[in-house]
Unconditional design. Structure first.
Length: 184
């Protein structure tokens, strides 16, 4: 028989195809830790998921994850078991004494979402910071090229003053100097 391993903001559920909860491993009640675990769950297997997986293995279930991960071969998105958990998460949080009432559940979800948003914003800012640094580097290189070309024109115009007026493009000027060198 198949069972589904479903990671939620309150913890990890092991649920059979018939929507029977086989095992539940709760997360700590700290919103920062929960947000960190939810983010981590996108790419690797959490300790809580391993515990639920062990329990399902002991009972002989074929395990399917609800999130596609690199290290997982069996996954099924939007299964009936996952839909059941999503639809009943508030009730499950109350039944498993994760929260004492609906208000606390709403507050917890709000705090978790704020933490997840902070993480996404930090990553976006880091990407922007890299782009800004690259732009500054390009500007610095452009300034250096202009200074070097100014020096080359100064130096070479002593030898061949007419070329400074004839060739305006820096690249062409440098290619000509490279090709012909000293005027004979």
């Amino acid at each position: 028989m198949r069972a589904f391993l479903i990671t939620t903001p309150i913890g990890v559920f092991g649920i059979a195809e018939d929507k029977k909860i086989i095992h539940f491993e709760p997360f700590p009640k700290n919103p920062e830790e929960i947000a960190e675990k939810l983010k981590l769950a996108e790419s690797e297997i959490l300790d809580e998921e391993k515990k639920v997986q062990e329990e399902l293995d002991k009972k002989g279930y074929e395990i399917y994850f609800s999130i596609k991960k690199p290290s997982v071969k069996n996954f099924e998105l939007n299964s009936k078991a996952e839909q059941f958990v999503k639809e009943n998460l508030r009730k499950l949080a109350l039944d498993y004494n994760f929260v004492k009432d609906h208000i606390e559940f709403n507050q917890l979800l709000t705090k978790i979402n704020i933490e997840l948003t902070k993480t996404k914003i930090k990553k976006a800012i880091e990407k922007d910071h890299v782009a800004i640094q690259l732009i500054r580097i390009i500007e610095d290189i452009d300034k250096m090229i202009n200074v070097l070309m100014e020096r080359l024109r100064e130096f070479y115009s002593l030898h061949f003053p007419e070329m400074d007026r004839i060739v305006q493009d820096h690249r062409k000027y440098a290619k000509i100097v490279e090709k012909y060198g000293l005027r004979e």
